[in-house]
Design a protein around this ligand. Structure first.
Ligand code: ATP
Ligand code: MG
Length: 420
């Protein structure tokens, strides 16, 4: 039985899903590949980037025009600015991906050759050159999580790709697709060796285009939830469908998480003869928020960054944002925290984030509130006016109008009587 997934890329055999290749303009993507372009795919966390790349790889490998390989470079993050360590990991990851996805086991010696002759700053260029020259069809290489790389390691990757670019498609990949959260243009890469900030745009000025993957539309949300109905017979009431769209605005992970919790975890939702109602969806939403699921926790974590708070805090408080650089505002849109509404203004991306963000901001102060011993309540929780009066008189600053404390008692008693 298939189910909604929230863990990584979707697999059509196991998970309800929208065909990933229909989520972007496939003709445009294939056109870019045919024209030997190098381009970027970017979108906020958990939008479906990896699912799209894996589906594209499978699609291309079914034909014989190209050989496509997907590699996730995340492993090189811990190398930080150690280019030699980072490049070893990157080359090793590409070798393993070639073995796994197209059964090509020849790459390792090519990396070693290139390493000896060109060192870490030329090893990747050498490997890709050798591989392309020995490939039965032009290569399409998809490098995921590129923005996990840091400083000089990232710069070295971009420059090595640029160095081989003119040799494509015979002696370098026909296409390289870089994938990450931000548009490469917006990367500001700190190079320790050059003691300078290098922008992604300048380090990789061969990029033809940046494609941005969007969230689901309302129709796509209904189609995805409809897969569950088709497979189990359990319907979502029309109001519940509207509610899922309203709460998530189509954010793919949130849609799946709400539906999974409502249909697979909550006892009432597991009964396939009962429809999924607005109440179930609302309870699922509460669960996700209160349990600080990873997706929401990752967003809250971003609030530690000063430039994120600078934009978010005034928005939530309904006050003027003041002068905030466009780059900072765009950063929040790229992270998926904000979106532009119909009039072009910035709004929090969806009602679930809107509920989570103030809680995360208030978390610190809330946790540090002193514990209040409510002596003015009876054991059954009802108000005890006499004890309240004592507590108030004890609280009343002793230096302020000490002589007047006597008038406070009848005043408070009268107020309490009126109130009760
Ligand atoms: N085609 C799809 N149909 C239905 N749900 C999808 C689809 N693509 C993505 N999702 C939802 O988004 C989640 C994340 O998918 P995926 O790992 O492909 O995204 P990503 O953008 O690569 O995420 P990350 O930023 O964590 O790398 C999935 O677990 C699923 O909940
Ligand atoms: Mg991914």
């Amino acid at each position: 039985m298939r189910f909604f997934t929230t863990e990584g890329p979707v697999r059509a055999a196991d998970n309800y899903c929208l065909p990933p290749l229909q989520r972007w303009d496939l003709d445009e993507v294939l056109g870019l590949i045919d024209r030997k372009k190098y381009f970027l795919l970017h979108a906020p966390r958990q939008t479906g980037k990896t699912s799209c790349l894996l589906a594209l790889m499978e699609y291309l490998n079914q034909g014989d025009r190209y050989r496509a390989v997907y590699a996730n470079l995340e492993g090189a993050q811990t190398a930080r600015e150690d280019v030699a360590r980072g490049m070893r990991t990157i080359c090793g990851t590409i070798e393993a991906a070639a073995r796994l996805y197209i059964g090509d086991t020849r790459l390792h010696p090519w990396t070693q050759d290139a390493w000896q002759t060109r060192g870490p700053d030329g090893a990747l260029t050498g490997l890709l050159e050798h591989w392309s020259l020995n490939s039965p069809a032009p290569l399409v290489l998809m490098l995921d999580e590129v923005d996990a790389l840091i400083g000089d390691t990232l710069i070295s990757l971009l420059r090595q790709l640029r160095a081989g670019y003119t040799q494509r498609p015979t002696a370098f990949p026909q296409t390289v697709i870089l994938c990450g959260v931000r548009d490469l243009r917006d990367y500001r890469i700190h190079s320790s060796t050059q003691a300078a900030i290098i922008t992604g745009g300048s380090a990789f000025n061969i990029k033809a285009k940046s494609l941005r993957l969007g969230d689901f539309t309302a129709d796509e949300v209904a189609t995805l939830l409809g897969e569950h109905t088709a497979e189990t017979g359990q319907v979502f009431t029309p109001e519940a469908l509207v509610r899922v769209w309203y709460l998530t605005r189509g954010q793919p992970w949130l849609v799946n998480a709400l539906a999974y919790h409502a249909c697979f975890e909550m006892p009432a939702g597991r009964d396939r003869t009962r429809p999924v109602t607005v109440e179930l969806i609302d309870q699922a939403k509460e669960y996700l928020i209160l349990n600080r699921v990873t997706h929401l926790d990752q967003l809250s974590y971003k609030l530690r960054e000063e430039r994120v708070r600078r934009v978010i805090e005034p928005m939530l408080a309904g006050t003027e944002m003041g002068v905030v650089p466009e780059d900072d505002r765009q950063y929040l849109v790229d992270l998926g925290l904000l979106r532009r509404d119909g009039a072009g203004g910035l709004v929090v991306a969806n009602p679930i984030y809107r509920e989570v963000l103030p809680r995360a901001l208030a978390g610190g102060p809330q946790d540090s509130l002193p514990h209040i011993n409510s002596t003015w309540l009876n054991a059954d929780g009802t108000l005890n006016p006499a004890h309240l009066l004592d507590a108030f008189l004890a609280f009343w600053p002793s230096g302020v109008g000490t002589g007047n404390r006597s008038w406070a008692a009848p005043l408070i008693m009268r107020s309490l009587r009126t109130w009760s």
